[in-house]
Design a protein around this ligand. Sequence first.
Ligand code: ZN
Ligand code: FE
Ligand code: FE
Ligand code: ZN
Length: 272
Amino acid sequence: MLTDYHTHTPLCRHAQGAPEQYARRARDLGLAEVGFADHNPMPSAFDDWRMDLSELPRYVDWVAEAREVVAPLPVRISLECDFLEGREGWLHETAELVEWDYLIGSVHYLTEDWALDDPRHLSRWTGQGTVEEIWARYWSLYEKCVRTGCFDFCAHPDLAKKFGFRPAGDLRPYYEPVISALAGTGTAVEINTAGLHKEVREMYPAPDFLRMAREAGVAVVINSDAHAPEEVGRDFAAALELARSVGYRETLRFCKRRREVVPLPETWPLPL
Ligand code: ZN
Ligand code: FE
Ligand code: FE
Ligand code: ZN
């Protein structure tokens, strides 16, 4: 059975629906577990799309309430943590704030005033050579994110393609250092189906990335990145097909930062 370990809550100010609605949706779909991984709080005001540190207790309470509603379905607690160069110390502090089931590493910020997936900064993508420069910077940050060793898995590997901007030609040289870092640190990676609903109309990562990850022995999890209850488990049939097509037969479960290897189902949804 599958799990969905990347879902958000309204505390991030750009998601809708009560956590218990997400959890009910997971149960209705027959998922084995669901996990909340809202955007991580920062030690002081940072941007307008994450909870304040003072709201963290409410987050923990909301997840606990959702857990009661859908018991005995396991409901895990996590954060999607932004990697910001020079602020690695905060990640280590964050890991100690709550007994997390797992932690997700993400690269959204190219610089502290530019999240590359933010449509408010779309105009920065145009200009001679810019796409190559942005991609190079993005992937080098992603490698650093992985190499912190802070994360159980890393999110949406090729998020830089979100708006459809991609360098021409073979993209595998961008992927290689990140895949070595994932393999070397034992960090897993996600298939994130949300990309299907962005301008690029593709899951993250591209099949080439996932094939290389599989060959390097990197573990995989399948996630929706739901920002609304009805998005939980969205497009998991396509994600499972992608995972199996490059040779994956196993996925991971997480509890209190321990991983367990479990088989991937052959099909999704499971036959009744
Ligand atoms: Zn979000
Ligand atoms: Fe993200
Ligand atoms: Fe997310
Ligand atoms: Zn995400």
